[in-house]
Design a protein around this ligand. Sequence first.
Ligand code: ARG
Length: 410
Amino acid sequence: MTLWQGRFGDDRSDELKALNDSLGFDVRLFREDIAGSRAHVRMLGKSGLLDSSEVTSILDALDQVESEIGEGSFEFRPEDEDIHTAVERRVTELTPAGAKLHTGRSRNDQVATDLRLWVKSAIDSTLHLIIELEKIILRRAEADGHASLPGFTHLQRAQPVTLGRHLLAHGWALSRDFDRLLDARRRTDVSALGAGALAGSGLPLDPEVTASELGFDAVFDNTLDAVSDRDFVVESMFALSLLGVHLSRIGEELVIWSSTEFGYVRLSEDYATGSSMMPQKANPDVAELARGKAGRLIGNLTGFLVTLKGLPLAYNKDLQEDKEPLFDSFDTIGLLLRAVAGMIETLRFDIRRMAEAANDEYLQATALADWLVERGVPFREAHRIIASPRARSGGSSRPCDGRPPEKQAP
Ligand code: ARG
């Protein structure tokens, strides 16, 4: 039975079903959906729309549905369009009072509420993983932070920096990602339940009660906005995309640093792979995928932004397209954060190799110019003196191939 059988009968074309049904992916929302239904039913009881025995029997049925789905014994039916339909169908099988569960509610306010609950907890798990990665970066910076290496601009050796300062640069980017997700969480923390299909309900519902029961910080202000707003999906996918971009920069750096040419790090075998053909290879796959997955995260974000663009108020089925990219972005970032943390925790820095590179005397050019400045030479003049071919080659000119000159006899 479909939820709208009263109007259309029971037949649906295979194409409609294949295109329209979202159960395959929104089954992930079953706990949130059941939590939303519990809050809704209790509120209906308080408002006098259900009597206490109806409330109790629906709550019991919801408990049973939750354990059936949780343990895998729930029998989904072909007519279960989405998780909301499946739960309500089963509750109604278990108790006649189930027919009152959807009183004053629409799947439009229901799905928005479910998804907000899901995103809040997904953000919390991601925040936790960011802290874990930050802790590992901090530990490595504390242990080996005194080492020096060349800092780069344009991927050309620029000035020496300490490894600690370099590593913590990534740590600061991650701390902004943390803030951004926390900020997105604040706007996610708003209940949509009570907004109905788009215009609320003429029944005496109390959206404040359901919101506080579900642990939301606030209640919607406008019913049309409540059912059509997916800013919280976009904002969290943006915060995850930028976090992914930061992880891609760490990944790229480790690809470069682990190359034979650089040799600044050796990746643990647990985080590298061999080549099927070349026995000597240890490939930095985790680092490469940290770099590559950013494209997928950005694709999820831009794809859904395009879906939203130009949508008329209020709910449209296009909005069902929010879930797959959202779930994928949180799954992808969770995996990446764990993998990058493990890779950084287990890699070995070749501090000697870094120090050799940092001892390149060309890296002291700016310090030398500053030394002249302290002795009264105007900076532009000091820069010219140090940059002159004579100074650079220790007296003779040399081709600008980026290599230090041959040592000259004094
Ligand atoms: N599966 C739908 C979604 O994810 C639920 C809302 C359906 N609403 C409707 N008016 N058909 O968006």
